[in-house]
Write a protein that binds this ligand. Sequence first.
Ligand code: SF4
Ligand code: SF4
Length: 322
Amino acid sequence: MKTSNAYETCTGCALCLLNCPVWRSKKDMTLTPYGRFKAMQWGSSTGEVPDGLNAGVDACTLCGSCEVLCPVDNEITTITLEERRKLSVIGERKSERYSRYLKKGGAVFDANKVADKEVVLVAGKGCVEDALIEKAVALLGGSGKVCVIEADMIVFESAYASIEDEADAVRHIFKNAREVVLFEGLLLRPLREILPLSKKKVISIGERLLREPSIRRELLSSDLYIVDARSYNLDHKRLLRLYNDLKKDVGFSMNLDLHRSAISLGREIFSSDDDNKKNVEAQARWILEGRSFERIVVENPVDADIFRALTEAPVTTLLELI
Ligand code: SF4
Ligand code: SF4
């Protein structure tokens, strides 16, 4: 990825602060892209100021909400992930979840399992229930055709960051894949960059499920539909058209502008930062405010529990509609 010097184009407009959940909860400029990029323009770099830039790189929820506001189209989440990789390399960033995953013998990709399958489903085991992953496999063609890669959020970060160095290895692992379906929107960019597949073939689980007539048929005009915020923010221009068409077809309730501002919801429930958890709840309340609906349908299963905790209406996932 060619983003290492992207901070140089930052104009200092501070628009990215408007949507940033970290800014909203901490009100600390050094934790924002604005503060970080300006410091970098003046010569600071990650790793040199352990309590300054590093804390901002760590605090970012990678929601992508800032990117849609940035007038110079800085791919802020990609830059942050690159910075995280540098911190990991120099030993400054130790992730409990990552170490736990590695201790259990986890691996980012299991080449033998993946290489001979046509469809690769990258699922966040631990975040998404096994039964739902099994449902997704059945829907995408069954276990003879579909391979599941289990990886958690922190492993995704590693995969994302190391892809430039290991692009050939990744291409080899996915060499027979005709379609790659992702529960984690953060992987859309790097995989689209390195795999010889069209954008339509490296897609989020939400977009993929919406292509199934059997699922679309089950959506109702009385539903409140919750998009997967990360995939939406990181592929915004293309997905905006898809969701606008869907909204027109079904006639249900959905606020696409609000979703651009809403942080990636469910995964932050796993965060060890209490402010992040409060943010998740505040954002979900914000999405619900003033809406009338009979049911909530979430695109990404990781978002279901937060809405279940806040409303008495039934909450279901796209996968459970059939
Ligand atoms: S990705 Fe989200 S948390 Fe990170 S800087 Fe942007 S808005 Fe803030
Ligand atoms: S919105 Fe973009 S240009 Fe403006 S301060 Fe943030 S990163 Fe810099």
